[in-house]
Design a protein around this ligand. Structure first.
Ligand code: 13P
Ligand code: SF4
Length: 333
């Protein structure tokens, strides 16, 4: 990507600071593209959890949203975890509290609580097992209980229910407002313009969008689909950062998108990374009693993945299916 002189100077400064501070930078796919330049690893939530566990350096700077950094602190508790700003939240994770979940659990005493990682550490601590967008189907399928209280994303819950009809999924009524804005009609317009393109949707999208897509996969799953497919054109429908990342990574393929911007994901900037490395703030601290219980929910997820020889790969192709507008809310590019 083309970098300005100012960005280049900040990148140089970050590289020096990383050495000085013995820091590793983990970065989510939705981050600003200039942040990929300083990242040691860029990926989806599951890959970032796996990478966080492996970090041996003194410090992890997590460039993503807060729950992701909290997950890193849970998975590698002896490392110092910092974020460029502790104000980068996730609207979906804010749709449930630990207290509300405790109340709901009383109504379904037989149910297993499966918690999407887009949730706070306190909510994870109330759950039996965690899952991410890339392994949710496998995790739910592997649970011994028939009844599953799936929190907090109703769209991911309904996607999983379709793949795992033998379970009774009770969804929490949360959703990602960024994905909820992406409609089937936007997608059909994009398909009309690019009839040869395959449509790849994130499972946080609504039923009608997922049903229009050729593939429903996590953010890194999108990249793998585009790499493996014989198609040369794709319409991705998720947060807008993803299409930039795909264009950058696979320059020989064409990408269009029906997307929406997650402004929380964009709060991290090169300058904030510099400040954060210099001051070692904002530090992410998870209280020990919550950390232990949340770690158990993660460990159950990893145990299921291991037992089922789960490869971090896109889910089966679904032969059934990015962009910003005026304020970059929804666009077709
Ligand atoms: P992935 O795990 O697919 O990267 O999704 C994270 C997320 O926040 C999607 O909105
Ligand atoms: Fe949360 Fe949605 Fe932003 Fe992902 S895109 S971090 S689910 S608000």
């Amino acid at each position: 990507m083309e970098l300005t002189a100012e960005q280049q100077a900040l990148i140089e400064r970050i590289r020096v600071l990383k050495q000085e501070k013995q820091a590793v930078i983990l970065c989510h796919n939705y981050q600003r593209p200039e942040l990929y330049e300083v990242a040691d690893f860029v990926g989806d939530s599951l890959q970032l959890c796996i990478e966080a566990q492996k970090v041996e350096a003194r410090m992890i700077l997590f460039s993503g949203v807060y729950f992701m950094a909290e997950s890193a602190a849970i998975l590698n508790p002896t490392r110092k975890v910092v974020v460029p700003t502790n104000k980068a939240g996730c609207a979906l994770s804010d749709m449930i509290t630990a207290e509300a979940l405790r109340e709901r659990k009383k109504l379904y005493p037989e149910a297993a609580v499966v918690c999407y990682v887009n949730s706070t550490a306190a909510v994870k601590a109330e759950s039996d097992v965690c899952c991410t967008s890339s392994n949710a189907v496998a995790i739910v399928r592997a649970m011994p209980q028939k009844q599953i209280l799936f929190v907090p994303d109703k769209n991911l819950a309904s996607w999983v229910q379709k793949q795992v009809p033998e379970k009774e999924i009770i969804p929490w009524e949360g959703y990602c407002p960024i994905h909820e804005r992406l409609t089937k009609s936007f997608l059909l317009k994009a398909k009309e313009k690019h009839p040869k393109a395959e449509i790849i949707a994130h499972p946080e999208c609504t039923d009608e969008v997922r049903d229009t897509a050729d593939y429903v996969v996590s953010t890194s799953g999108m990249m793998k689909v585009a790499q493996k497919s014989t198609a040369t054109e794709f319409i991705t429908t998720t947060e807008c950062g993803m299409v930039q990342r795909m264009k950058q990574t696979l320059p020989n393929k064409k990408f269009y998108s029906v997307c929406s911007v997650c402004f929380d994901m964009k709060k991290n900037t090169l300058q904030r990374v510099v400040d954060s490395l210099e001051t070692e703030q904002d530090q992410v601290i998870v209280p020990p009693e919550i950390l232990q219980k949340a770690a158990s929910a993660f460990n159950r997820m990893f145990a299921i993945m291991q037992a089922h020889d789960y490869e971090h790969a896109p889910s089966r192709p679904q032969k059934t299916s990015e962009t910003g507008t005026k304020r970059d809310i929804v666009a077709i590019r």
